[in-house]
Design a protein around this ligand. Structure first.
Ligand code: ARG
Length: 334
């Protein structure tokens, strides 16, 4: 049954296996091990899967944001995998932000669950060329296939406008393991050119001048991050794109300070946020852009990746550092 579509009506056992997979990775074949006692979150997952009767479910395939977005369509609680990386519970959406102006972030795209005819958003992304989207690897891990994902481009409103496009190919970073270990980047090759506008990536030589932390955070580089967020909070995300500006904070000493991330921020990550919290990206914003101004233009500096909870004091938002992957992007978009 591995790799086969499972449609409608799960038996309890099949649902259990699927639930376990959704939490912990690829399905392992027979014989079925004696199931460990279920935790609350697994019971929630099991209940959720039992109620999903009209979606083809492929056990073990699809990222955590993907599954949580699907569950949210049934107003069911999200599933956590025991790690604290996935946005945390409770807060939701771009925190402390405001609605984005229509057309202000024309590179922003939404990743949608392809099997759903309505726009079920599970992650964000940015157009870096008419046929290329950059997103987070954790948005398309656990065997997410190109056919599982559609891209909505050219609108800030999930309910109207824009174009829904097929994904032809997913290029996940070959060294990606989990967001906290870095390499949280993936490329989506679209079947056709997207509406909207590609954003230029921040270049290595621009980075020093573009990403500055000042003693007064108001004088630090302001990073803008945008998203439809909150898809996993049980109530669905917001349908109008939201935006927030937050100060860039240095990896050393600020973000790796013992009171913040204690050395867990690697060289291929950047941080942004306020010391007191209150403004941040959050669950469902993953894969989306963190941009900075260079002259009159905006440049893609980061990709929403992880954070401890959302908008907590000293727990800055962590973004994939785009300049680290300059060569990787060039090599893989050829
Ligand atoms: N991992 C989350 C997602 O999949 C995004 C987390 C961003 N968290 C933060 N505090 N900035 O949507």
């Amino acid at each position: 049954m591995i790799g086969q579509y499972m449609t409608r009506r799960f038996t309890q056992a099949a649902a259990l296996v699927a639930a376990a997979c959704a939490i912990s990775g690829p399905l392992v074949a027979q014989p079925a091990p004696e199931p460990a006692p279920l935790g609350v979150e697994q019971i929630v997952a099991l209940e959720a899967l039992r109620n999903i009767t009209d979606v083809p479910l492929i056990p073990g395939r699809g990222s955590e944001p993907f599954w949580n977005a699907l569950r949210a369509t049934r107003s069911l609680p999200s599933v956590r995998n025991g790690r604290e990386t996935f946005g945390g519970l409770g807060t939701g959406k771009i925190v402390g932000g405001i609605p984005a102006q229509a057309g202000a972030d024309p590179w922003q795209v939404a990743l949608l669950v392809a099997s759903q005819s309505t726009n079920v958003q599970f992650c964000g992304g940015s157009l870096i060329a008419p046929e290329w989207v950059v997103t987070a690897a954790h948005c398309v891990d656990r065997g997410t296939a190109a056919v599982d994902v559609d891209v909505l481009a050219g609108t800030h409103d999930l309910r109207s406008g824009g174009q829904r496009l097929r994904v032809q190919r997913i290029v996940r970073h070959e060294s990606y393991v989990s967001p906290e270990l870095g390499n949280d980047i993936a490329l989506l090759r679209l079947g056709t050119a997207a509406p909207g506008m590609a954003i230029q990536r921040l270049r290595r030589e621009e980075e020093g001048a573009a990403l500055r932390e000042a003693a007064d955070p108001n004088n630090s580089t302001q990073v803008r991050t945008t998203g439809w967020g909150a898809v996993a909070e049980g109530g669905g995300g917001v349908s109008l794109l939201r935006t927030v500006e937050i100060p860039f904070v240095s990896r050393e000493p600020t973000c790796n300070d013992p009171r913040s991330y204690r050395g867990r921020i690697r060289e291929d990550m950047i941080c942004a946020g306020r010391q007191g919290g209150g403004s941040d990206s959050c669950q469902g914003d993953s894969g989306g852009p963190a941009t900075v101004a260079v002259g009159n233009e905006r440049r893609l500096a980061g990709i929403v990746s992880w954070g401890e909870g959302c908008a907590r004091a000293l727990k800055y938002g962590v973004y994939t550092r785009v300049t680290t992957f300059e060569d990787w992007i060039v090599a893989n978009t050829r």
